[in-house]
Design a protein around this ligand. Structure first.
Ligand code: BGC
Length: 575
């Protein structure tokens, strides 16, 4: 909650300031925007089939407008067999019946625009579903045909081609190659799938693939979307010859083998693709954007957001820095420095549909779960209260930073991951492809609690939700929190309103050295001081007007462990 009291501490803010980033005066709504990720199957189920839908999004959009975000990003709602929760697309220009119809989409767009919200959609260009017409045609066509050339088919190695073409592994576990059976029943070629076997990779060396995706871009731009979040944007082009890879076989980082050097990622050919897309977006005016989901290091990431390429890229190094003060400072400094070098804004993100929610990740004192592996009942359990408290502090620290911020649905409620998910309900392909060894990402995808007193906590009034809502979600339901000025939701509302009022998204950053230590971090954004204390001991704040603190009731001029505060140090600030 906004406290707005003068801190009568003993010390004013003095000491060295290390300026990293000057205020951003360049035009572009996305440079400072707060973008809210909607995961449609878990947002709101209006038709009662247990799965969220587009009409449900339309219904609840006023809550997002009320939260004061600038835009929503929708994870895939396209036609899909749902083997990877919609990231396996069988028709890029239609809505899957479980989510509704194109008409529902148009209604949702109109409502979003009426509320002043922009809408970004997910584009999945690296792979499609094996049920996509183009892949079905490729299966029916012989080796060497134009149909097969839409994908990455290769002959096998070893006797009678029984071995895969190379040693690459799928991100979800197991080999990245699957062998097909020819129409005559004989074993045939293999196709590449960096993800599930139901997600064949497109061949981006083929201009027909480029033409198809340019059509898809225009289809959604014509329907009014403000841009695209580009799925695994770093994977489209593979190194010539598909060489074997000595690092972690799925291209992930390992000692001595940085993931960004893997032959399936970050190849130079991607830049021309994104330049061509940017030209298409520019035909629709200056406000349509591309945001890369790309696991590449910051130096390389900066190349992707040069003025004629993408507008933004997710800052995963920030997400992975967790609450490690040293890493956080390094990532923030490096991000702003390298991105300033190409004139691009940074983005900041703490949670999404692929990682354990930050309210759960931060509930561990030692080693928590691996980001995409989930938490099960047999694993060490997070401390829920600690996690939520630190999540509030981390979010307040992030939302004070200059640049754009991405929020994941439910983080404004302080939701933790779902843990007690029966195995037969788990749907992430990671779970099946690793024989249950890795639980996968279902825990962060549990449906949202809207209204505490309603059936299924207001997610839907019909069938059971596709994943169960944990009992602890009742007190976290949106309506329960909306009624309480000290709730996590109220904190988010206050943070987002103040962030806009103070112009923090387009502001500056200077480290306030005297309040930075091995376990605390402080920066000035304009005249707003953001201080996060992760020390076990309370930290005395400098003199100033306290605008907001992440834990209530606070302890006067001291910042408790796991707490963040925003202070105005020029005597001004929000009234
Ligand atoms: C998406 C995942 C998806 C994968 C394959 C990602 O990075 O965010 O949810 O499973 O791409 O499309």
């Amino acid at each position: 909650m906004s406290v707005d009291t003068v801190i009568s501490a003993t010390a004013p803010l003095t000491g060295p300031l290390t300026l990293i980033h000057a205020a951003d005066t360049a035009p572009g709504w996305w440079r400072s925007a707060v973008i809210y990720q909607v995961y449609p199957r878990s947002f709101r189920d209006l038709n009662g089939d247990g799965i969220g839908d587009i009409a449900g999004i339309t219904e609840e959009l006023p809550h997002l407008a009320d939260l004061d975000v600038d835009a929503v990003w929708l994870s895939p709602f396209y036609r899909s067999p749902q083997r990877d929760a919609g990231y396996d697309v069988s028709d890029y220009c239609d809505v899957d019946p479980i989510f509704g119809t194109l008409q529902d989409f148009d209604v949702m767009m109109a409502e979003a625009h009426r509320l002043g919200l922009r809408v970004i959609v997910d584009l999945v260009p690296n792979h499609c579903s094996d049920q996509h017409a183009a892949f079905q045609a490729a299966l029916a066509a012989p080796a060497g045909s134009p149909e097969r050339d839409m994908f990455i088919f290769r002959d096998g190695t070893g006797p009678e081609g029984h071995e895969p073409p190379n040693n690459w592994q799928s991100h979800f576990g197991g080999p990245a190659w699957t062998r097909v059976i020819a129409p005559d029943g004989q074993p045939d070629q293999w196709y590449l799938h960096l993800f599930d076997s139901s997600q064949p990779d497109f061949n981006w060396d083929n201009t027909a693939v480029h033409a198809e995706f340019e059509r898809v871009l225009r289809f959604w731009l014509d329907r009014g979307v403000s841009g695209f979040r580009v799925d695994v944007a770093h994977a489209l082009i593979k190194a010539p010859g598909l060489p074997a890879w000595g690092g972690r076989a799925d291209g992930g980082s390992s000692d001595g083998f940085p993931g960004h050097e893997a032959p399936m990622f970050g190849q130079p050919g991607v830049h021309d693709i994104y330049r061509a897309w940017r030209r298409i977006l520019a035909e629709y005016g200056p406000d349509r954007i591309l945001c890369a989901e790309a696991s590449v290091d910051l130096d390389r990431l900066a190349h992707w957001v040069r003025p004629d390429e993408m507008h933004q890229a997710f800052n995963f190094p920030y997400l992975h820095a967790g609450l490690d003060v040293h890493r956080l400072r390094g990532v923030i400094t490096d991000s702003l420095t390298v991105l300033n070098g190409v004139g691009a804004p940074s983005t900041w993100v703490l949670s999404n549909h692929d990682v354990v929610r930050h309210a759960s990740r931060f509930g561990y004192n030692g080693q928590g779960p691996r980001d995409g592996d989930g938490i099960g009942p047999a694993d060490p359990q997070p401390d829920t209260e600690l996690g939520r408290r630190r999540a509030a502090a981390a979010s307040m620290f992030m939302l004070g930073l200059p640049g754009a911020a991405y929020l994941y649905q439910g983080e404004e409620l302080g939701l933790p991951d779902g843990i007690d998910i029966p195995e037969h309900l788990r749907q992430d392909p990671t779970f099946a492809r690793t024989g249950g060894e890795r639980l996968g990402r279902d825990g962060c995808r549990v449906p949202l609690p809207w209204r505490a007193a309603e059936r299924h906590l207001g997610f839907g009034s019909g069938q059971d939700p596709w994943l169960p809502l944990p009992p602890g979600f009742t007190e976290l339901a949106r309506d329960a929190q909306a009624a309480s000025p000290s709730s996590h939701l109220s904190l988010y509302r206050n943070m987002l309103a103040l962030r806009r009022e103070l112009g923090l998204g387009s502001g500056s950053l200077a480290w306030a050295e005297d309040w930075c230590s091995g376990s605390s971090l402080a920066y000035l954004n304009g005249a707003t001081l953001v201080v996060m204390n992760l020390n076990h001991e309370p930290l005395e704040l400098p003199l100033g007007r306290l605008l907001l603190r992440s834990a209530e009731p606070g302890s006067g001029r001291f910042l408790a462990s796991g707490e963040t505060a925003w202070l105005r140090i020029d005597g001004g600030g929000a009234e």
